[in-house]
Design a protein around this ligand. Structure first.
Ligand SMILES: *[C@@H]1O[C@H](CO)[C@@H](O)[C@H](O)[C@H]1NC(C)=O
Ligand SMILES: *[C@@H]1O[C@H](CO)[C@@H](O)[C@H](O)[C@H]1NC(C)=O
Ligand SMILES: *[C@@H]1O[C@H](CO)[C@@H](O)[C@H](O)[C@H]1NC(C)=O
Ligand SMILES: *[C@@H]1O[C@H](CO)[C@@H](O)[C@H](O)[C@H]1NC(C)=O
Ligand SMILES: *[C@@H]1O[C@H](CO)[C@@H](O)[C@H](O)[C@H]1NC(C)=O
Ligand SMILES: CC(=O)N[C@H]1CO[C@H](CO)[C@@H](O)[C@@H]1O
Length: 488
């Protein structure tokens, strides 16, 4: 009897702790939703984007949890709603039925003892499971601990954290940097790659597997820097593409080399072959950057109906984010389909991007000194003679930052020059000689040819967007206005 009563007391105590925990989480989310709603009214709209996912207010970084659940794509992001600077990480949330038109959903995860660092999403039976890094501040060097957590949803909107977190608590050699789980299913197992480093500070990616998402078995180091590729590899992703395997990741600490690696941190990939019996990834091509613009980091991919689609954080660490004074920072790039051609990956805007075209702005030659003006958004298909120089200037109708896009046949390079800060790379077209340029209120994305060279750069024009022809040759330009596909 006594034993029975104490057991009951224990159960009640357990249940009430459990309820208190859940209701605190629910209350925090409710207050946050009210805060976001109020704060939205004070956001300056001038640089808000029209067809790129952004936080409603506050700061965002990495894309997270890219998944397909109950008929919709879900895309989450590292989120600090209370200021336009990085802070304790939440997960913001957007959803879309076509990867083009996005709606905003309530904040999915709020920090508790742990900050909710990056991770991924996977559907397990009828549940959308998020696997993320619980980043906990500690009092001894390096003053944080990273372990892997789970959270669940049965409706794709409301998420609750697993009570048995963490599910994966120690990295093989005990390094505290152990984050950004990207999970997938193959055969009878779930697999996860995690970003980490060796004890002597070389970036690497760890591979684990599990039959149930709760118990994980370490398998192999999938890839590792030998000193040339930085001290930490973040946001790994691993997938099959056109008969090869690709390890996509964001190394930190790669030294600039000529035109390469000029951003604070890089994002790029290794192409090779993977064997699910030995767990060996044999790299065949050395590291290449995926995008050559100023603002591209922390990619995440999804298999969307057999297409491999990538999205990245459309910003960079440790650089000015001029929209911060407007009450928000950061966005996602447009979604791109990946393909392998030869030794490299091509990026192509999703076919669905055509559905954004809403009216022609121009079709034909752009005359001497003529400008095309775009009311905040535009898409341009540009054809020129690659035997001669091409130069376009992008500027606000009222001034602000100037950006130039150039082709110089003497060096065979395409350049994006933002206020004198140049990113450039060799381009040898493998097919099309066109450029496809997407402009939004504070961004440009330039796809060259078949997507063998792509630049993603944030720009801060004052007013609407003006594209000036500075070339010595006649360019043929087809230009469209693009409609809005995300909340303002
Ligand atoms: C982090 O915390 C877990 C317990 O949740 C512990 O097992 C692990 O050793 C800690 N890692 C480090 C690097 O301190
Ligand atoms: C672009 O400008 C140059 C020089 O101003 C001119 O020669 C060329 O014809 C212009 N391009 C087009 C398409 O008119
Ligand atoms: C083009 O612009 C330049 C600089 O403003 C000017 O000197 C030149 O006369 C213009 N050319 C034409 C054909 O309008
Ligand atoms: C670019 O524009 C931003 C926002 O107005 C401003 O903060 C920055 O100083 C400009 N940069 C240059 C080089 O003009
Ligand atoms: C397309 O443009 C027209 C005219 O500018 C506008 O009325 C309409 O709302 C736009 N459609 C969309 C879907 O944005
Ligand atoms: C996975 C991994 O890095 N394991 C290493 C941990 O450290 C021991 C001792 O230095 C090595 O032998 C393991 O290879």
């Amino acid at each position: 009897m006594a034993a029975w009563i104490s057991c009951l007391v224990f159960l009640c105590a357990f249940a009430s702790v459990h309820l208190k925990y859940l209701s605190e989480d629910e209350n925090a989310k409710k207050e946050l939703a009210e805060y976001i709603q109020k704060k939205k009214a004070s956001i300056n709209p001038r640089w808000r984007l029209h067809y790129h996912v952004m936080p409603p207010v506050g700061w965002m970084n990495d894309p997270n949890g890219f998944s397909y659940y109950k008929g919709e794509y879900h895309l989450f992001y590292q989120y600090y709603p209370y200021a336009s600077v990085w802070g304790p990480m939440h997960w913001g949330h957007s959803a879309s039925s076509n990867l083009i038109d996005w709606r905003e959903l309530p904040t999915a995860l709020v920090p508790d003892k742990e900050q909710c660092f990056s991770g991924s999403g996977i559907v397990d039976k009828d549940t959308l499971v998020l696997m993320y890094t619980g980043h906990v501040i500690t009092d001894k060097d390096p003053f944080y601990n990273e372990t892997q957590y789970l959270a669940f949803s049965d409706d794709g909107v409301n998420f609750h954290k697993y009570e048995g977190n963490p599910v994966l608590s120690v990295s093989p050699n005990g390094t505290a940097d152990f984050r950004d789980p990207k999970v997938w299913r193959h055969g009878d197992y779930y697999y996860v790659v995690l970003g980490s480093k060796t004890t002597d500070k070389r970036g690497r990616v760890l591979l684990y597997r599990s039959q149930n998402l709760y118990n994980w078995e370490f398998l192999k180091v999938l890839g590792e820097s030998h000193g040339e590729l930085g001290y930490m590899w973040e946001c790994p992703d691993f997938f099959e593409l056109d008969g090869k395997h690709v390890l996509l990741m964001s190394p930190q600490g790669v030294a600039p080399q000529g035109d390469r690696y000029k951003n604070t941190f890089q994002t790029g990939y290794l192409i090779g072959n993977f064997n699910y019996d030995t767990f060996e990834f044999v790299q065949e091509v050395s590291f290449q950057e995926l995008d050559f613009g100023h603002d591209f980091y922390a990619t995440q991919t999804i298999d969307a109906d057999g297409k491999r689609v990538v999205v990245a954080w459309f910003a960079m660490w440790e650089v000015p984010h001029p929209e911060d004074v407007d009450g928000w920072v950061g966005a996602m790039t447009i979604m791109r389909e990946l393909k392998i051609s030869g030794n490299r990956i091509l990026q192509k805007p999703l076919d669905g991007m055509l559905s954004l075209r809403n009216g022609s702005v121009h079709n034909g030659p752009v005359d001497r000194n003529e400008s095309l003006v775009f009311e905040k958004t535009g898409e341009l298909i540009i054809n020129g003679d690659l035997a001669k120089k091409i130069e376009l200037e992008i500027v606000g109708t009222n001034g602000g930052n100037k950006t130039w896009i150039r082709w110089d046949p003497a060096v065979g390079k395409v350049a994006v020059d933002r206020n004198g800060d140049v990113r450039q790379v060799e381009w040898s077209p493998i097919g099309s000689h066109s450029w496809r340029l997407f402009l939004d209120a504070s961004s440009l994305e330039l796809f060259c040819g078949e997507g063998e060279v792509v630049f993603s750069t944030r720009i801060y024009p004052d007013g609407d967007l003006k594209v000036n022809n500075l070339s010595d040759q006649s360019l043929n330009v087809e230009a469209y206005k693009l409609r809005r596909s995300v909340p303002a």
